[in-house]
Design a protein around this ligand. Structure first.
Ligand code: NAD
Length: 256
């Protein structure tokens, strides 16, 4: 229970990776506020089983005003956050010349600008309390590109750059900022891409196999639980000098 007494805010945590991280942080003793859309009641009931205080704030991470209201709520109601996990993200796949402008703007707002807004708003409180952890869920697509994912790749490369800047600005403090770069994780976000392959004629097994085989040498999905354990490590004192890292957990994707 090494995170007892800490308050965590995890954006986009009603499913997938964010939910896995929220569970591991709560299991390690942190109070956890989740953000995101969907079945919040069921998710909060499950999270509450770890025995720590849990909450939800439904800010749209594309909206700077709603983000400010969410941070104010977490400060007012929980006295934090001490741990900020910037996880909310969306995807759209299309060639640059066919990329809908509205999808580009939404991906940059949700996947990149929200990280700037939450970080600028939580840093004063972290400095005041003398401790903090900012974890940005980037992607292997923050390190290398794939065709058809220009907005996502640009946003995730931006997240890694922003991570490094914040790490330098906090380098002499007990606040650290790092990025985690997952490879393929079987979540609703990736299920959409598997579905697109099925609609193009693949069987469900072929779709999953081909998706992995193209990029991920292990041919196995990374799990939200494994990413949650990495997040808990990065929050520990053992990781106090891990600063500005882009830590890939990707079945070998970027080793190629
Ligand atoms: P997911 O679709 O399961 O979860 C996304 C979460 O973000 C959900 O809780 C959803 O409600 C929330 N969300 C979406 N739009 C939002 C908005 N405007 N405001 C607030 N919340 C919003 O996806 P996931 O795969 O768990 O992805 C989580 C993060 O991990 C993303 O940043 C994604 O880019 C990154 N990632 C995923 C993979 C993967 O293979 N799944 C790989 C690398 C990185």
């Amino acid at each position: 229970m090494n995170l007892k007494g800490k308050i965590a805010l995890v954006t986009g945590a009603t499913s997938g990776i964010g939910l896995g991280i929220a569970h591991r942080l709560a299991a390690a003793g942190a109070a956890v506020v989740i953000n995101g859309f969907g079945d919040v009641e069921g998710v909060l009931a499950e999270l509450g089983r770890h025995g720590t205080r849990v909450g939800h704030y439904p800010a749209d991470m594309a909206d700077a005003q709603q983000i400010a209201e969410m941070i104010a709520y977490v400060e007012r109601t929980f006295g934090g956050p001490d741990i900020l996990v910037n996880n909310a993200g969306i995807q759209h796949v299309a060639a640059v010349e066919a990329f809908p402008v509205e999808r580009w703007d939404a991906i940059i707002a949700i996947n990149l600008s929200s990280v700037f807004h939450t970080s600028r708003l939580v840093l004063p409180g972290m400095r005041q309390r003398g401790w903090g952890r900012i974890l940005n869920i980037a992607s292997t697509h923050g390190l290398v590109a794939s065709a058809g994912k220009s907005a996502y790749v640009a946003a995730k490369h931006g997240v890694i750059g922003l991570t490094k800047s914040i790490a330098l600005e906090t380098a002499t403090t007990p606040i650290t900022c790092n990025a985690i770069c997952p490879g393929w994780v079987l979540t609703p976000l990736v299920q959409q891409q598997i579905q697109a392959r099925i609609e193009a004629g693949a069987s469900p097994d072929e779709a999953r196999h081909d998706l992995l085989a193209e990029k991920q040498p292990s041919r196995e999905f990374v799990t939200p639980e494994q990413l949650g354990e990495l997040a808990v490590f990065l929050c520990s004192e053992a990781a106090a000098q891990v600063r500005g890292a882009a830590w890939n957990m990707d079945g070998g994707w970027v080793a190629q």
